[in-house]
Structures are given as structure tokens and as C-alpha cells.
Design a binder for this molecule. Structure first.
Ligand code: PMP
Length: 461
């Protein structure tokens, strides 16, 4: 191959992809007998593949990302203009979009005040972990260094974030993991661990965190890292009263609360952040996917002035600052795109649309649950929803994962892209996932759920 590629020669592109690209999250044997789907173009909520097939994208770029939809000229222009002015300068200096986006972002996050730019959600989480460790060294002689994470939550693919990874199936083969990370139970009422319901369940699930803190020793626990609504672990919404109690526990034991908003952040649940649905006051908030809707790579770790102040109490000590860098974090295209992304969400009232369309979709999913016995539970917040498929509603035994795959494939064949949680632990990885862009119309929502209805009928009768 001489490298003279013709980007219009689609069969060549498929061959090049199959020969050289190692796809994320895919078992590659599949491509020995079939071609990968190559997405060529997107507009609004529609995308087109190499065969010219059109899809309604009900998963915002596959993983909850393209919140304002495809083909936004104003974001592309903001990025272009910024790159022509200044493509890059290290974040030890400032930049115009970096300053303006942080100001805009903080205006939506009362109580928070400092933005640390990174490239990915994993990296943003690592920055918070590092800060917790450094605070432990500075304030507590290294003791209060443990970071609690929750069963089923996901915080990234790096070794430290996997050490805080609650999805066994994504972690099991990568040990030894980093020390000092401790698991707490999940809070999913549908697969209850305690014989309680509603608020009593929420209280109990939160109390389980207190039990872990007490068992580990409160003087060793520095932070608790949780998703507001668990995403890939099964679209798990918190039971009532859960977050109030979690907040109380963190306060009681001086445990910093780190909310992972990589999925929920920037409008996905109908408020700017998922934690704002539950009245939580976090110490760290991390975000990535929807921050610039995928138009540029940007992620942020946001914290309070109180945390920031802990790193500047002795300016003469050369170790007394956050000695960290992310070369491309805050690289100018990211905040330029993110600023325009936020303007679109505000000007087009997309938070309200997300809430309204989320309610419509939840209603549609509840109707599917009435019609199809295989739908055991529907959950979600805003346009972040899931439908759990079970072989038996009484025992809640999960359906065979192949059947979940067939539903996803059948929806794709019918022109709607939906997702499913990683399917390898029976019982919690049988959830169809939906995360349409925040621009979705009632017709889009109905088309998604009508297609799922037909696919369920086809696969389960
Ligand atoms: N946290 C959550 C809740 C996520 O869903 C993800 C990605 N799926 C991450 C962190 C990691 O983000 P990234 O892939 O950008 O590193």
C-alpha cells in the first residue's frame, strides 16, 4: 500500500479499517465474517453508514456524547476560528476560551469555583483521586487516603480508575490494581440487597456506605466517588432519600464527595448536572462526554475554592501545589467548542426539552413494559434511560445476553441505533440503553420506542 488513499473508495476504507484499527469494546473475531459499521456523516439526530443506510441515533454517538446533535456549524466555526488564532499553549498559561468556558461553567455550578482541564473522563477522575491523595499527605499525614467507589459504577479505563471500577467484568483481568480503593454496595432497588422499599431502601443503601467507612476506619477514608445515575453498570437511578443520607455521611466523617458526571453532565438528565437533581453539594465534579458534544476532546475536574485553597497555604514550599499536567487538557479547541455547546443548550432551551422528552420516553417505555413481559424494569432520568430485560419477572433472571444483542441488532436493522450495558455478568448486564440527543422531538422519541417494540416482538414474540 503506497498510502495514496481515496477517502471516497469505501471498500478500501473498510479493508483498511479491518486490517489496522483495533476497535474499542469489540471482540474482533466478529470482523472476520462481517464488516465494521463505519459512520460517514451525521446531521441532527441522523447518521449514515458506508452503505448509505440512515439511522436515528438513540445513543448520541454510541456513548451518551453528542448532546446537541450532529452537524452544528457554529461549533465547528468556533473551533476553526480558535485554531486559526491559537491552536495550543500549555495550561500553565491561560487562554481566552479556557477562561470564558470556566466562567460560564461555574455560573451553572453554585458552590464550585475551579476548573482543571483534562482530555478524558478517566483522566478527570484521576486528577480528583490525586488531589485526595495529596490532601491526605498535606493534612492527615498520609492516612486519609482511601477512596470509596460503588459496585456497578464506572470511572474509566486507566489503572487507577479501574481500581475504582465497580464492574467486575471490566476489571478482573487487569490486576494487580492500585491499592487504597474500597468498594461499597450499589443502590439498585430493583435488584434489592435489603428487604425494604422506597425511602427506607434509600436510607439502608446509604447506611451501607457508612458501615464501610466505619469498618475501614473514618480516619483512613478520604473520598467517596459515585455516579449520580449509574450509566454503563445498568442505568441505576438512586432510591428516594439516598443522596440526602450519603451527603450526611460524608459530612459526618469528613469524606470528600466526588461526583462523576462524565455521562450525566451538561444536560443529559434535564439539569446541567445530574447531582443537581438530588440537591447534592459535591467537593469534586468530573465531566467529559457532553461537555463539547464530541466536537472536540475536552474533560474537566471541577472543585471548590476550599479544596483549591488547601493547595496554596505555603507558597514557599515547592511541593505545595498540585504538581500535575495534562498536555492537551484545556487545549484551545476544547473550551471553544464547549462554550458554544453551552450557548446552544441555553438558547434552544434544551434542558427543558430534555425533561419533557425524557418524560415522554419514560411513558413510552412503561407502556412497553405493560406489553412485553420480558421488560422487567424501566429506569432513568431525563434523556438517560434504560429497560432491563428478564426471562422471568418473578425471579428477575436475566435474559440470555445473545437475545439482548439481537434486540439491539434488530433495532439497527430497522434504522434505530440503541445500546446495551456490557453483557457479561448475568443479572445486571441486560439493560437496553437510550440516550437520544437533547434536541429529540416527540416524533423521534416515538420512533425509537416503536422500533424497540417491534424488535422485542420479533425476538421474544
Ligand atoms: N465515568 C463514567 C461514568 C463513564 O461512563 C466513563 C466512560 N464511559 C468514564 C468515566 C471514562 O471516560 P473516558 O472514556 O472519557 O475516559
Amino acid at each position: 500500500m503506497d498510502g495514496a488513499f481515496n477517502e471516497n473508495d469505501l471498500s478500501h476504507i473498510v479493508d483498511a479499517d479491518k486490517a489496522h484499527v483495533w476497535h474499542h469494546l469489540m471482540q474482533h473475531k466478529a470482523f472476520e465474517t462481517s464488516d465494521p459499521r463505519i459512520i460517514l456523516e451525521g446531521k441532527g439526530m441522523r447518521v449514515w453508514d458506508q452503505n448509505g443506510k440512515e439511522y436515528l441515533d438513540a445513543v448520541s454517538g454510541g456513548v451518551w456524547t453528542v448532546n446537541v446533535g450532529y452537524g452544528r456549524e457554529s461549533i465547528a466555526k468556533a473551533v476553526y476560528d480558535q485554531l486559526m488564532k491559537l491552536c495550543y499553549f500549555a495550561q500553565s498559561a491561560g487562554s481566552v476560551p479556557g477562561a470564558l468556558f470556566s466562567e460560564k461553567l461555574i455560573s451553572k455550578m453554585p458552590g464550585m469555583s475551579r476548573v482543571y482541564y483534562t482530555n478524558s473522563g478517566s483522566e478527570a477522575n484521576e486528577k480528583a483521586f490525586k488531589m485526595v491523595r495529596q490532601i491526605a499527605h498535606k493534612k492527615y499525614g498520609g492516612k486519609k487516603h482511601k477512596i470509596l467507589f460503588r459496585d456497578r459504577d464506572y470511572h474509566g479505563g486507566t489503572l487507577a480508575t479501574m481500581s475504582a471500577g465497580g464492574q467486575e467484568e471490566r476489571v478482573a483481568q487487569y490486576g494487580p490494581l492500585a491499592p487504597g480503593f474500597v468498594k461499597v454496595p450499589h443502590c439498585m432497588e430493583y435488584r434489592a440487597q435489603w428487604d425494604l422499599t422506597g425511602e427506607a431502601y434509600g436510607q439502608r443503601a446509604a447506611d451501607a456506605i457508612e458501615e464501610v467507612i466505619l469498618a475501614e476506619g473514618p480516619d483512613t477514608v478520604g473520598a467517596l466517588c459515585l455516579e449520580p445515575v449509574t450509566a454503563g453498570g445498568g442505568v441505576i437511578t438512586p432510591p428516594p432519600g439516598y443522596w440526602e443520607r450519603v451527603q450526611e455521611i460524608c459530612k459526618k466523617y469528613d469524606v470528600l464527595l466526588h461526583i462523576d458526571e462524565v455521562v450525566c453532565g451538561i444536560g443529559r438528565t434535564g439539569t446541567w448536572f445530574g447531582y443537581q437533581q438530588y440537591g447534592i453539594k459535591p467537593d469534586f465534579v468530573t465531566m467529559a462526554k457532553g461537555v463539547a458534544s464530541g466536537y472536540a476532546a475536552i474533560a474537566c475536574m471541577v472543585t471548590t475554592e476550599e479544596v483549591f485553597d488547601m493547595f496554596k497555604d505555603d507558597a514557599t514550599d515547592p511541593m505545595n501545589y498540585f504538581r500535575d499536567i495534562s498536555t492537551f487538557g484545556g487545549c484551545t479547541a476544547g473550551p471553544a467548542a464547549a462554550l458554544e455547546n453551552m450557548r446552544i443548550i441555553e438558547d434552544e432551551n434544551l434542558l427543558d426539552n430534555c425533561t419533557a422528552m425524557g418524560e415522554r420516553m419514560m411513558g413510552n417505555l412503561e407502556a412497553l413494559m405493560e406489553k412485553h413481559k420480558v421488560v422487567g424494569d424501566v429506569r432513568g432520568k431525563g434523556l438517560f434511560l434504560g429497560a432491563e430485560l428478564v426471562a422471568d419477572r418473578g425471579t428477575k433472571e436475566a435474559v440470555d445476553e445473545k437475545l439482548v444483542g439481537q434486540v439491539v441488532a434488530e433495532c439497527g436493522a430497522q434504522g434505530v441505533l440503541i445500546g446495551a450495558t456490557n453483557r457479561s455478568i448475568p443479572g445486571l448486564n441486560n439493560v437496553l440503553c437510550f440516550s437520544p440527543a437533547l434536541i429529540a422531538t416527540a416524533d423521534d422519541i416515538d420512533l425509537i420506542t416503536d422500533t424497540v417494540d417491534r424488535a422485542l416482538t420479533k425476538v421474544f414474540g
